[in-house]
Design a protein around this ligand. Structure first.
Ligand SMILES: [Zn+2]
Length: 430
């Protein structure tokens, strides 16, 4: 794994939300994209603007992208593609890249590549899914496959399931040694299910030292859809279901009208599919506090969590502790440690998570946390006021000065401080 994300041991896939906004980015949320890291490779699901920047910030190498899966052609879900391709070209990529999406993705990409006169040093394999397709295996490798199914949105939209194939059982090395196995070749044969005959004629059976095959990990990506049976099929028994929850239940009408899900819809899919963990994402900009959506989802399906940008989620939670370090200082997260992002890791053990979740609302912890909350709210709103006032005043001042300058000396300077600063301005150095 890249410098920022250190992965030390064991079997797990790592999901890193790169953008959790719906439709339009906000000051703190980026457009839809999520990275799946597995065995050093990265698989991108949707590619909104800034997906490549967010990868850098998460410590994920863009050169490691194997596959890109696009759900549909709402611009916020694929607007980062061309920028990313250009970067890969400048990085002199020579490995092929696979791009999967609804029919038309190839035409779109080829037109853009031609228009920009990009001469790519790598090939792109396009996999297009037709509107009348039911279930399609869009990628099939030795160790995993990816299945796509149409969802129910205002336009043709695909959901995906990334499924590892069953992994071979663990080899009991000590027992193998006791039975007289010494050569690597013999190990390999046993692991592959073959029996091995030793020099003295005794036969070591594969099942004696190889355990049962282990089921592979799985991840479902379901976004921009109303509730539909295909979502449940894709998510069936997954380790992680990443599902959109654009609206809360009191805007169910709006969700139905725009072809989106509420947090309760997401929980319904999770329940019917018996997923291990539901992660909700794709929040409408009207929710400055998406915990409202999480609370609703948890009432119906408890093992649920909010997608938080750059915060990794492991398919195997036992491997989370101490393995991952964000590459950059996350001002947002560190400054709000008492708030939204703090309880990120607490999904292990439902009771524990439940306790944490309720504790923040209990009267004992209330005094301190609400004090802190209100002071941070106050300072934020103060900042907001400053932002609103200062830029316009500065701008006017500068403009006045510039007009003076123009008349006096005939020179002009660009006005300063017009753009409000955001916590993410620090990332400019990348
Ligand atoms: Zn969307």
């Amino acid at each position: 794994m890249a410098k920022g994300l250190k992965h030390t041991a064991g079997d797990t896939m790592i999901i890193v939300p790169l953008g959790v906004a719906s439709a339009t980015p906000t000051a703190t949320r980026h457009l839809s994209s999520v990275a799946l890291w597995r065995e050093g490779d990265v698989h991108l699901f949707d590619c909104g603007e800034n997906a490549q920047m967010r990868m850098l910030q998460a410590g994920l190498k863009r050169s490691k992208i194997e596959n890109i899966f696009i759900s549909h052609f709402d611009v916020d879900h694929y607007s980062g593609l061309i920028g990313l391709i250009s970067t890969l070209q400048l990085q002199r990529r020579d490995r092929d890249l696979t791009i999967v999406g609804p029919k038309g993705i190839q035409e779109f990409m080829e037109w853009n590549i031609q228009f920009a006169k990009l001469e790519l040093g790598f090939g792109i394999n396009y996999v297009e899914v037709e509107e009348d397709a039911e279930s399609t295996r869009v990628v099939d490798e030795d160790e995993y496959y990816v299945e796509a199914r149409p969802l129910n949105h205002t336009k043709f939209c695909l959901g995906y399931r990334f499924q590892e194939k069953d992994k071979p059982g663990k080899v009991d090395a000590e027992k193998a040694e006791r039975l007289g196995i010494t050569e690597d070749e013999q190990y390999k044969a046993l692991k592959a299910g073959e029996d091995v005959e030793l020099e003295d004629g005794t036969v070591v059976k594969s099942y004696e030292i190889v355990g049962h095959p282990r089921p592979g990990d799985s991840f479902a990506y379901i976004t921009d859809t109303k509730y539909c049976p295909n979502s449940v099929k894709l998510a069936m028994n997954t380790n992680i279901l990443y599902h959109e929850a654009t609206f809360s239940e009191n805007l169910a009408d709006k969700a139905a009208e725009t072809g989106h899900s509420t947090s309760v819809d997401a929980a319904r899919v999770a329940n019917e599919a018996q997923t291990k963990l539901l992660v909700i994402s794709h929040f409408s900009a009207r929710y400055t506090n998406p915990f409202i959506l999480l609370r609703e989802a948890r009432e119906k399906f408890f093992p649920a969590w909010l997608a938080t940008e750059l915060r990794p989620i492991f398919t195997n939670p036992s491997q989370e502790k101490g393995i991952v370090q964000a590459k950059v200082y996350l001002k947002e997260i560190d400054d709000n440690k008492s708030g939204s992002s703090r309880s990120g890791g607490s999904r292990r053990g439902n009771d524990k998570g439940k306790k944490n979740f309720r504790k923040r609302k209990s009267s004992s912890g209330r005094g301190r946390s609400s004090d802190r909350g209100s002071s941070s709210r106050r300072s934020r709103s103060d900042q907001g006021r400053k932002r609103k006032e200062r830029p316009s005043r500065d701008y006017n001042d500068n403009r006045d000065r510039r007009e003076q300058n123009d008349s006096n000396q005939g020179t002009s300077r660009p006005p300063k401080h017009i753009t409000p600063r955001t916590p993410f301005d620090d990332f400019d150095r990348f």
